[in-house]
Design a protein around this ligand. Structure first.
Ligand code: GZL
Length: 325
């Protein structure tokens, strides 16, 4: 209950500032508190909700040193750009955002640079062709590594022969592009007799993961495995596999990425064979980095998360009970 009230307080604080346009409290060139603007993608997955809760919970616990301005872009990059511009107008100390897709950021990031406001990319990156001086650092997991680990597990599960389908995340998102690269490159190099029969986006959502898997089951005679770019789509695919009268985790092996609690529960009950962790608990790193930047320190260009791989043999109820997301 305390958590909910704290989060509500943070939201009310941000909304009241935004609603009355009162930016005087952050107009000063040197803010006493760390004033951070965060432009979140949306609420598309349990993973995203966990990341948001972690950030808002940190701010609610540290109101004496932190002022958080939080915007939910409803998965629209234009909304993220508008939010970033509003943060510039507020005179925040640091801007952080999770770029919903890799492209289209040069103009607004140039405005941040011209306003001398450092930018932290969170959990997703921007196109490598963009001048990387336009952002200060990225705090994110290694998505190529995650895709590669998923391929290694899939190979162990189905052997050297088989047909696999791939549920892609949001088209154009770095997590999608890089997980696909990691998975597909490993399969191409090490499993010539595993065919990736189809790739289709479920936009990182459970409903679309279910619907896409249902159509792939209808259009493919035989599927041995499915690689879902996130747990929410994998959980939707599991629903579709069961609706088709098949046993997920047995008739069709299921491997995904994220490590949300509901995925762990699916691993424990045998419907999901593996989830490769991609921690959303980045608040401590985000705020530590933002404080360092406000203090004029330099930071690494990529602050990479330390993630693990959870297969059936590793997941117990105790592990699940100990998870914080
Ligand atoms: C990964 C993050 C992805 C998650 C999805 O860092 O960008 O976005 O894997 C979420 O669950 O929608």
């Amino acid at each position: 209950m305390k958590r909910f009230i704290s989060m509500l307080l943070v939201s009310v604080l941000c909304l009241s500032l935004a609603a009355c346009g009162d930016t005087s409290s952050t107009k000063s060139t040197k803010n006493e508190k760390l004033v951070l603007g965060f432009a979140q993608i949306g609420q598309e997955s349990g993973w995203r909700d966990a990341e948001t809760a972690d950030i808002q919970w940190y701010a609610a616990r540290n109101t004496d040193t932190v002022e958080l301005h939080f915007a939910d872009a409803q998965q629209d990059p234009e909304n993220q750009i508008k939010a970033i511009r509003s943060f510039i107008d507020m005179g925040v100390d640091v801007i952080a955002f999770a770029p919903v897709i890799e492209t289209g950021w040069e103009e607004v990031l140039t405005e941040c640079k011209n306003a001398n406001i450092p930018v932290i990319l969170v959990d997703r990156g921007i196109d490598s062709g963009i001048d990387d001086s336009l952002y200060t650092t990225m705090i994110a997991s290694d998505h190529v590594w995650a895709g590669e680990q998923a391929a290694i597990v899939m190979k162990d599960l189905i052997g050297n022969n088989g047909v696999v389908v791939e549920l892609e995340g949001t088209i154009g998102a770095s997590a999608t592009i890089q997980r696909e690269k990691g998975f597909d490159d490993y399969i191409a190099a090490n499993c010539p007799n595993i065919q990736i029969a189809a790739r289709q986006s479920g936009d990182f959502t459970r409903d679309q993961g279910r619907d896409v898997m249902a159509s792939l089951l209808a259009s493919n005679d035989h599927i041995d495995g499915v690689f879902a770019h996130n747990d929410d789509m994998a959980l939707g695919a599991i629903e579709a596999i069961k609706e088709a009268g098949l046993k997920p985790g047995e008739d069709i092996k299921v491997v995904s990425v994220d490590g949300v609690k509901s995925a762990f529960e699916a691993v424990l009950n045998g419907e999901l064979n593996c989830t490769v962790e991609c921690t959303p608990l980045l608040a401590q790193q985000i705020f530590d980095t933002a404080f360092a930047l406000k203090d004029g320190q330099t930071v690494d260009k990529w602050i990479v998360s330390d993630d693990d791989i959870y297969t059936t043999d590793k997941v117990t109820q105790d592990i699940i009970d100990g998870r914080t997301y």
